[in-house]
Design a protein around this ligand. Structure first.
Ligand code: ZN
Length: 231
């Protein structure tokens, strides 16, 4: 994301580099601004064009705004709570040269020079994803150990955004896991992996599937309920 200042307003835009000769400015119905630019285009040239078109961009955004639903909840502002591994943390934003996110003294602290909600959302999403990569690998290893006696090859784990599910398995033998799950406690993450691993022995949600799940994770219903409640 890039920005330019126009009077008191800030215009945020993204750049899509394409094989093309000229720079095109687009305002989308969600009021986002996208610049289509030649592959070797310099940022300062793009910024110059955006500046020149500022008035037009703002008129377009105002036009589209009237069709937008009520403004969404401002989740990425200080004071909002965010979950991580089953705990809630209040968000703090601290001005800093360096972009980073840290858990500090019970707070989730975002350090950045740019405190716009959009940038904070970007930073947090990136941080959650990085944490998910680390934590999931560890929890998955532990969950898989419970399947030692079944002699199944270890499916590859892939983090994938999914709309309505925490986990899934593919016909090619991979386990897909939703990065949003990093907001739930590790026992809930373990439950999702355990459930999916059971599918490598019993494909369908049959009686046999649930017997197996029960055997490997006798408390699974508790963790399922906890997962439904936490997020
Ligand atoms: Zn299932």
């Amino acid at each position: 994301m890039h920005h330019i200042q126009y009077g008191t307003k800030q215009i945020t835009f993204s750049i899509a580099n394409r094989k093309r000769k000229s720079i095109a400015v687009e305002v989308h119905p969600d009021t986002s601004v996208q610049i289509k630019a030649p592959l070797d285009c310099r940022l300062e040239d793009i910024k110059r064009i955006v500046s020149k078109r500022s008035k037009w961009i703002i008129t377009q955004q105002k036009f589209f705004e009237q069709f937008l639903p009520e403004t969404p909840k401002r989740e990425y502002v200080p004071g909002e709570t965010h979950s991580y591994l089953g705990r809630k943390y209040m968000l703090k934003v601290i001005e800093s040269e360096e972009n980073k996110v840290k858990l500090q003294g019970g707070y989730l602290v975002a350090y950045s020079q740019d405190s716009t909600e959009e940038n904070i959302k970007h930073l947090l999403t990136e941080w959650y994803y990085k944490r998910a990569t680390k934590v999931f690998a560890k929890v998955y290893d532990e969950a898989f150990q419970k399947f030692n006696q079944y002699n199944i090859p270890k499916p590859e784990m892939q983090i994938k955004r999914m709309k309505n599910r925490w986990g899934s398995y593919t016909s090619s033998g991979n386990i897909l896991i939703n990065p949003e799950l990093i907001k739930a406690s590790s026992i809930c993450i373990d439950y999702v992996f355990t459930h999916e691993l059971c599918h490598f022995i019993e494909r369908n949600h049959s009686k046999r599937f649930y017997n197996l799940l029960e055997k490997i994770a006798p408390d699974w219903q508790r963790w399922k309920l906890k997962l439904e409640k936490t997020i």
